[in-house]
Design a protein around this ligand. Structure first.
Ligand SMILES: NC(=O)c1ccc[n+]([C@@H]2O[C@H](COP(=O)([O-])OP(=O)(O)OC[C@H]3O[C@@H](n4cnc5c(N)ncnc54)[C@H](OP(=O)(O)O)[C@@H]3O)[C@@H](O)[C@H]2O)c1
Length: 226
């Protein structure tokens, strides 16, 4: 039996797509929302797409408390801090927070192809500054397009990059995300490297606008064991 993964913001685009892919991989998921009913509705939609999957919904506090190890944060940058503060008491040293937040321009009325400066250096480092002591943040998922995650007929065939300060935590996240068909997980270094990876999203959004597509990334030259 796999660990139960919480996805806060699983009612939205990226979190929902991730829930669909993890459910397809046989991973039990609890979708978190500010509104438990909205979370349950989203969970039912996932089960509709992946019959027989173990997906439930709960409010953010209950969802994060229920997670065995990994709590995913998939909310807009403008609500990242309030979301993490709202679950602080549910997080313990057993938890790894997998933060997908990208500090994009719309958080302050700017463009989605622009980044907002974050005092700590990146959204992931801001998340690390907000979680209780002993809880570790790993960042990832930034360059994945929600629409393609949700479309199970689409062969993902791309990389995602994870950043974190402890190898053991990244190993947990890498093992989890590698269960998703067609996704290779690349260790992109320590948490402060997340500043670079988060910026790739803004670049991809620009590419998507120009080419009318959902572009992704793949690193070449890695050993086949990666
Ligand atoms: N969309 C993508 O393709 C994609 C790709 C890579 C990275 N990302 C990053 O992933 C994060 C989520 O993106 P998204 O497109 O999935 O966002 P979204 O659909 O706009 O929102 C996700 C969820 O966040 C919660 N939320 C929204 N506004 C909130 C607020 N003011 N306060 C508290 N919670 C709020 C909502 O959940 P409840 O109302 O149910 O609480 C919502 O369903 C962002 O940081 C984004 O940059 C997105």
């Amino acid at each position: 039996m796999s660990d139960l993964v919480a996805i806060l913001g699983g009612t939205g685009q990226l979190g929902f797509g991730l829930a669909v892919r993890l459910a397809k991989a046989g991973v039990p998921v609890v979708i978190g929302s500010r509104d438990a009913t909205r979370a349950q509705d989203a969970a039912e939609r996932v089960v509709g797409l992946v019959p027989g999957s173990d997906v439930r919904g709960a409010d953010n506090v209950e969802a994060s408390a229920a997670a065995t190890r990994v709590v995913v944060i998939a909310v807009p940058f403008a609500s990242q801090a309030s979301t993490i503060k709202s679950i602080q008491e549910s997080l313990t040293e057993q938890h790894i927070v997998l933060d997908a937040t990208v500090p994009l321009g719309p958080a302050i009325g700017g463009k989605p192809t622009q980044m907002v400066g974050v005092w700590q250096g990146s959204a992931a480092q801001q998340a690390q500054s907000l979680v209780p002591s002993g809880v570790r943040v790993v960042s990832g998922l930034h360059t994945l397009a929600a629409d393609l995650l949700t479309d199970l007929d689409h062969d993902l065939d791309q990389d995602t990059f994870v950043c974190g300060d402890r190898k053991a935590d990244k190993a947990v996240v890498i093992e989890l995300l590698a269960k998703i068909d067609g996704l290779r997980v690349v260790d992109a270094g320590r948490l402060d490297q997340s500043r670079i990876v988060e910026g790739l999203t803004a670049m991809l959004i620009g590419i998507n606008i120009r080419y009318k597509t959902h572009a992704g990334l793949q690193v070449v030259g890695l050993p086949s064991t990666a």
